[in-house]
Design a protein around this ligand. Structure first.
Ligand SMILES: Nc1ncnc2c1ncn2[C@@H]1O[C@H](COP(=O)(O)OP(=O)(O)O)[C@@H](O)[C@H]1O
Ligand SMILES: [Mg+2]
Length: 253
């Protein structure tokens, strides 16, 4: 379990779409090195929360604080440069260059952005970083393959590699295992856990499927119709009657 200080604070965040309150005064705090998961039925507001934290949406009320600095409403590129990376869907992968080149480009974009670090990033460092990430996700043998030739599950792995190549402090994942086989899902979730343990990476994992988060989360918050209805350890959440009811009765599937 993580022992670090608070790295991300979401305080009283509300987000409306017209008359719809997609988020109502949602708050929680994520500590350094934690895997913190936000779960809830379809339509609960999970992706809206993801988009508020990553800067795509400005909330109607509330604050987002990252490492003690308010980032509410900053543009996504600024938030990214401060050390919050997210997986985009397929859009972030260049299909017509190799797997290894994709990860290399992402690692280099990091060095180019943070001018101070640029001179420290030699080609050898980028190559070492690429190898490390590909090894972690079992993609080494696919290094020279065009990204477009990867299986769907492998492409999702590659997206996570691209996000990690930028050396983030906080990794945001929105349903990272969508479209994966059960075997890939198991491997990917274990990988996320290992990354948090090995590198002190902090992960905010947004996930519809409760079973995916249970084994790997330090803490779980539950959204239902835009409100946080529970927060606690996976064990407490699994046995919370309100959570069980939300999943049985509410939202989508
Ligand atoms: N850009 C948008 N415009 C209007 N309504 C939206 C928009 N994004 C999400 N919503 C609505 O907000 C609610 C929460 O959506 P979302 O955050 O995508 O839920 P989840 O990711 O938990 O399935 C839903 O009712 C959805 O229809
Ligand atoms: Mg969603």
């Amino acid at each position: 379990m993580a022992a670090g200080g608070v790295i991300l604070e979401v305080e009283g965040v509300s987000k409306n779409f017209g008359a719809l309150a997609a988020l109502s005064r949602v708050g929680f705090a994520v500590s350094q090195g934690q895997v913190f998961s936000v779960i809830g039925p379809n339509g609960a507001g999970k992706s809206t929360l993801f988009n508020v934290v990553s800067g795509l949406y400005a909330p109607n009320a509330g604050r987002v604080v990252f490492r003690g600095r308010e980032i509410t409403g900053l543009p996504p590129e600024r938030i990214n440069r401060l050390g919050i990376a997210k997986t985009f869907q397929i859009t972030n992968v260049f299909p017509e260059i190799s797997v290894g080149e994709n990860v290399g480009v992402a690692a280099q974009s990091r060095s180019a952005e943070s001018g101070r670090l640029a001179s420290l990033w030699r080609t050898a460092d980028v190559e070492a970083r690429v190898t490390e990430l590909l090894e972690a996700f079992g993609l080494v043998a696919r290094r020279d393959e065009l990204a477009e030739n990867l299986s769907h599950g492998e492409q999702r792995y590659l997206e996570i590699c691209l996000a990690l190549a930028t050396e983030p402090t906080l990794l945001l994942l929105d349903e990272p295992t969508a479209g994966m086989t059960p075997g890939e899902t198991k491997d990917a979730t274990e990988m996320i856990r290992r990354l948090a343990l090995a590198r002190g990476l902090t992960v905010l994992l947004i996930e519809h499927d409760m079973s995916v988060v249970m084994g790997i989360s330090d803490r779980v918050a539950v959204l239902h119709f835009g409100e946080k209805i529970a927060e606690g350890t996976p064990e407490a959440i699994r046995n919370d009657p309100r959570v069980i009811e939300a999943y049985l009765g509410g939202g989508g599937d």
